[in-house]
Design a protein around this ligand. Structure first.
Ligand code: BGC
Length: 468
């Protein structure tokens, strides 16, 4: 093989690995997004009580929290690729089961099963991408996960809109089986990540995988870096590591994952049509409004992919949260000062739509992708899967809390105070990022880990004092 063709085939392999590596994100997005429209029609068939209706929507979130917690340690034990394969099978079974459900109970069970897969994918997809990507573009490659999530949400909104006239909720839920099968077949041909292989002492296989997408020189360099980090990890007992230098990384990972939900993104992703109808939109206008929000979500994720390795993660997080807080504050205060609108040309209706849009612009270009990119980056290799399990569990539990309490807060406090409360959460998120999060752009996963160890041993007085 001459140099050009091998460079060409390396490029092709890379693209396939990134595409199938990220595809699980689309199922995450589709399965969480589709229910907002489907629930209207499920309600007609099964005449759900408010409690059962809540469970149909929320069972996926409970499943996802559990799925993430279990997938964490399993991805360290079985490998990242195998976990994605298991998730693909679960997605397929869940989609078909949900579509064929004869009763609300069976539907809730299968939504829970789909949740297990969503949680597993939310954890393994960013982990897989982060561990196969070259350092200089790791942010962009890992962001493909979020791009797929937003595309999945948009496709779900469009499918909901198209099928709304026939009320075909079984098709809305069942169509998810198609990307699930594509994921299963595609992922079967994709490699395991070199970093996981090295952690299982399978150096030859790791080298083979790297050589498919890197030059020989790059491959050897990366193998040496991974080995060095593994040697350092082995020097300290794992328990002691967990007690000292790993702790700050865990706090950052769990904090970012939880704040990503407590800033309130899913009050929009799951409830935008409800909010729009409350300020004078008709049902049809609300569905179009939601689709437009879905498009903005995808487009701004593309902007994030362009920015993340240039501007860095931390500036994006800080700028993004300022945008979200301002949008929420304007939205919240407008409810105190403006009269209840009667159609969508009233100032309150316009402000609601504009603030929802500026909020999503701010989230999609920053916190959406950046959090999923940073989780695997800040956590050390040996316990990366398990520790990510804790963070992703926190993300889904927080999502569950926010989406379950939002309708209650709206009726207890009204929209004004509710949105201002999320703005308050945003301010806490700003302080958290400003004081605790360190930039990870441009450093290899191994450098980040070595720096973390040095920094913590210095601050606790145990190391040689080498701080970066
Ligand atoms: C969040 C989801 C959210 C989605 C919106 C993801 O990063 O984790 O909860 O629905 O972004 O695009």
């Amino acid at each position: 093989m001459d140099n050009t063709s091998s460079a060409e085939s390396r490029g092709r392999t890379r693209k396939l690995v990134y595409f199938f590596g990220a595809l699980g994100g689309m199922l995450f997005g589709y399965d969480t997004g589709v229910i907002s429209g489907a629930i209207l029609f499920i309600n007609n068939d099964f005449s759900l009580t408010p409690f059962l209706k809540g469970l149909v929507v929320a069972s996926i979130l409970i499943g996802a929290a559990l799925g993430a917690a279990v997938a964490g340690p399993l991805s360290d034990r079985l490998g990242r690729r195998n976990l994605i394969l298991i998730a693909a099978v679960t997605f397929t079974v869940g989609a078909i089961g949900a579509a064929l459900s004869p009763s609300a109970g069976v539907l809730i069970f299968f939504r829970f099963v789909i949740g297990l897969a969503v949680g597993a994918a939310a954890l393994t997809v960013p982990l897989y991408l982060s561990e196969v990507a070259p350092t200089e573009i790791r942010g962009a490659i890992s962001s493909l996960n979020q791009l797929m999530i937003t595309v999945g949400i948009l496709v779900a909104y469009i499918v909901d809109a198209i099928l709304a006239s026939s009320g075909a909720w079984r098709w809305m839920l069942g169509l998810a089986a198609i990307p699930a099968i594509v994921l299963l077949v595609g992922m079967y041909f994709m490699p395991e990540t070199p970093r996981w292989l090295m952690s299982r002492n399978r150096e030859d296989e790791a080298r083979d995988v790297l050589l498919r997408s890197r030059t020989e020189e790059e491959t050897e360099e990366e193998i040496q870096d991974i080995k060095e980090v593994e040697r350092e990890e082995e020097e300290g007992a794992l328990k002691e590591l967990a007690a000292s230098w790993v702790r700050p990384a865990l706090v950052v990972a769990i904090g970012l994952a939880a704040f990503q939900q407590f800033v309130g993104v899913n009050t929009i992703i799951y409830y935008a049509p409800t909010t729009f109808t409350k300020v004078g939109f008709t049902a049809v206008q609300a569905i179009y409004g939601e689709a437009l929000i879905g498009v903005i979500n995808v487009v701004m994720t593309l902007v994030a992919i362009w920015l993340i390795d240039r501007l860095g993660r931390k500036p994006l997080l800080l700028i993004g949260v300022v945008g979200m807080v301002l949008s929420l504050a304007v939205l919240g205060f407008s409810h105190f000062f403006l009269p209840q609108p009667s159609d969508l040309t009233d100032p309150e209706a316009i402000i609601t739509f504009v603030c929802t849009a500026t909020y999503i612009i701010s989230f999609a270009a920053t916190w959406g992708p950046v959090v999923w990119v940073m989780l695997p980056e800040v956590l050390p290799l040996r316990i990366r899967g398990t520790a990510m399990g804790a963070a992703v569990f926190a993300n889904w539990v927080s999502n569950f809390i926010v989406s379950q309490t939002f309708p209650m807060l709206l009726s207890a406090w009204g929209p004004g105070i509710t949105f201002l409360a999320y703005a308050g959460m945003g301010m806490l998120a700003f302080l958290f990022v400003y004081t605790l999060v360190t930039e990870t752009k441009g450093r290899s996963l191994e450098q980040i880990e070595t720096d973390l160890r040095k920094k913590t041993s210095f601050s606790t007085g145990k190391g040689e004092g080498a701080v970066q």
